[in-house]
Design a protein around this ligand. Structure first.
Ligand SMILES: [Zn+2]
Length: 174
């Protein structure tokens, strides 16, 4: 997993590509949470689930199917009047899916089970520039944590800022 905060930067960037005001602050917040949600699977470590299992870390919660299911459930039941539910679904789906795609760019751990439940194969991108943080609560305050943060700035925050800026620019033109 990349740092949870870095994962949440991607939905912010994605939101700029949606029509202005189409996503409520509530749905935006939900998108940020969705981008972190797949790593809740780390509880499996404490329950003795093996990393490579479908229920293990980067397993089923890191799949397209999970992103679609979570996005559909939340978009359907989010109790806010006037929400554009198809757009909310698209945003929440992409926000959740961004998580395993970022993980697949990291240089450590196992790949992501993107095609679960059809395949339990773990995927990585051919190039993996993002340094993987150690799993734990305080990794940030170590030399490794700083190294990871710099790599996330370069490979997650910077592209996200560019994506955000491009989306905003397009909005201004339309
Ligand atoms: Zn993850």
């Amino acid at each position: 997993m990349s740092s949870v905060i870095s994962h949440a930067v991607v939905p912010v960037a994605l939101s700029a590509w949606f029509p202005a005001d189409a996503l409520s602050p509530g749905v935006l917040t939900l998108g940020a949470l969705c981008s972190m949600a797949p790593d809740l699977d780390v509880v499996g470590f404490f329950l003795g689930v093996r990393y490579a299992d479908a229920m293990g870390h980067r397993g089923f919660t890191h799949s397209v199917a999970f992103a679609a299911g979570l996005g559909a459930l939340l978009a359907a039941f989010w109790p806010e009047p006037g929400v554009d539910r198809p757009l909310a679904f698209l945003f929440l789906f992409l926000s959740t899916l961004s998580h395993p795609l970022v993980d697949a760019l990291t240089d450590g751990g196992q790949g992501v089970a993107l095609l679960w439940p059809f395949q339990n194969r773990r995927f990585f991108f051919p190039r993996r520039p993002i340094a993987v943080p150690p799993i734990g609560i305080r990794p940030f305050f170590t030399a490794r944590g700083w190294y990871v943060f710099k790599s996330e700035l370069r490979w997650i925050w910077l592209p996200s800022a560019l994506l955000f800026g491009a989306g905003q620019g397009l909005r201004a033109l339309l």
